[in-house]
Design a protein around this ligand. Structure first.
Ligand SMILES: Cc1cc2nc3c(=O)[nH]c(=O)nc-3n(C[C@H](O)[C@H](O)[C@H](O)COP(=O)(O)OP(=O)(O)OC[C@H]3O[C@@H](n4cnc5c(N)ncnc54)[C@H](O)[C@@H]3O)c2cc1C
Length: 421
């Protein structure tokens, strides 16, 4: 490591620099094993996103849905910071790290910067809407929802118990189902709200919810949500939200202080300044071996890359963990041996819809209700890295079977009041 003024210059460990410690980047680093690498990541842990809705509902402890990078990738050097610029000719990345600006040179660069929430110019959305992309979003949403119950109990307006979710893909449907369960469970501690009406509304521009799963499971999910009193508005969009009410394109006005926006993602905007070839969706173009088109030394994968798949000719991979994981396996092999093309056929999909309710499509076998829920949980337990994390999750799940949901609201965490004069 060399110091130049205030800039720290260093070489990537083992010559490989991985940008992003999410699903794709963390798995590449883990699978490189003793060859080592340097990971640049703003967080010191990888988020296991499929369990995020359960962290929001309090079934799982927030710390248990993340996996510390230093434990997951014991041979990697972890630099906490954000990549800012890429100098392709000099083979160096600049980053803002906890120790100040740094320049890290590499022989092989792996770009795994993921995606950000895709938003549309809807009046009031940026000012008043909430995302559901990371742990901070999930816990902030949980605290906000519990605060709405306290505000309603204190005599607040009807909008306190109005909850609108826009985007009926996995993230939106699972988040809504889990938080709905949380509120129904919490209400036993709010006797004054027993007869106060609630409104839970799911909105999507597509003609059905969960359009990517087999229609039988989608129909089950839709029926289950409706039976719980959740209103589903498909074929509609959000027209505006002012923090007190959401107006839908069909004209409906829903009094609500909570609007969760989960309409999908777009590749990290930082890529636009990297000088790499991008597709029309802003994703890095890679060849079949995950190497960036026209570059010998740069590779990309995960949500930030347009990855061709030999098992789905003509289509690039969708932004999912299971694809990011398979791409990471292929890339780790390609970085250490003769590059081979990537191919993966999706084996199935799972989703939970609250306690004891779920859907699973495994090798064409469709399960719903309790069997779907059980298979979904079993799959996540199998897929979660590190035995210690799995045990923590099993302990949380087991405890949750015997007790009502935890309704502790912790919005003051991270904001200590400091000393009083
Ligand atoms: C709520 C939610 C639920 C989901 N549920 C499922 C599911 O059930 N099943 C499924 O298959 N998929 C699911 N997904 C999708 C899945 O999480 C993504 O496809 C997967 O995480 C992609 O991995 P990635 O590494 O490309 O991106 P990410 O996991 O998002 O990782 C990108 C990383 O890059 C880091 N980064 C960003 N900018 C910088 C920078 N400048 N410098 C350094 N690092 C940076 C980010 O902090 C992040 O850690 C879900 C996604 C969400 C949001």
């Amino acid at each position: 490591m060399r110091q130049n003024g205030s800039m720290v210059r260093r070489r990537a460990q083992g010559g490989t620099l991985v940008l992003g410690g999410g699903f794709a980047g963390a798995y590449v680093a883990r699978l490189l094993g003793e060859r080592g690498c340097t990971i640049v990541s703003p967080q010191n842990s990888m988020l296991y996103t499929p369990l995020l809705p359960e962290a929001a509902s309090g079934t799982l402890e927030p710390r248990h849905v993340v996996v510390p990078l230093r434990q997951m990738c014991p041979h990697a050097e972890v630099v906490i910071g954000r990549a800012t610029t890429l100098d392709i000719d000099e083979r160096a990345v600049s980053a803002e790290t906890l120790a100040g600006p740094a320049e890290i040179s590499y022989e092989r660069l792996v770009v795994a910067l993921g995606a950000v929430t895709r938003i549309f110019p809807v009046p009031g959305l940026v000012e008043h809407g909430r995302g559901f992309k990371d742990l901070a979003d999930a816990i902030a949403l949980r605290n906000h929802v519990l605060q709405r119950l306290d505000a309603a109990a204190a005599g607040g307006p009807a909008s306190e118990l109005g909850f609108v979710f826009v985007g009926a893909g996995y993230a939106g449907v699972e988040a809504l189902a889990e938080l709905h369960d949380l509120v129904q469970s919490a209400l036993r501690y709010y006797p004054s709200l027993e007869h106060t009406p609630q409104r839970w509304v799911l909105v999507d521009a597509a003609p059905t919810i969960l359009p990517d799963i087999p229609s039988r499971l989608g129909v089950y999910a839709s029926r289950n949500l409706k039976e719980r009193g959740i209103e589903i508005h498909v074929g509609e969009t959000l027209a505006s939200f002012d923090g007190e009410a959401a107006v839908l394109s069909g004209g409906a006005r829903v009094p609500a202080q909570t609007l969760v926006w989960t309409t999908g993602v777009k590749a990290s905007p930082l890529l636009g300044s990297f000088g790499l070839p991008l597709d029309d969706r802003g994703r890095v173009r890679v060849d079949g071996t995950l190497r960036v088109a026209g570059r010998e030394d740069i590779w990309a994968l995960g949500d930030c890359a347009a990855v061709p798949n030999t098992r789905t000719p003509g289509r690039t991979d969708p932004p999912t963990c299971q694809h990011a994981l398979r791409q990471a396996r292929c890339l780790a092999r390609n970085l250490t041996g003769a590059p081979e093309p990537y191919g993966y056929r999706m084996l199935g999909q799972v989703a939970t819809l609250g306690r004891f309710k779920g859907i699973a499509d495994v090798l064409g076998v469709h399960l719903s209700g309790f069997p779907g829920w059980f298979v979904a949980r079993s799959y996540h337990l199998y897929a979660l890295p590190l035995l210690s994390r799995r045990l923590r999750v099993v302990t949380d799940w087991t405890t949750a079977l015997f007790f009502p949901r935890d309704i502790a609201e912790l919005s003051s965490l991270g904001h200590p009041e400091g000393f009083e004069e």
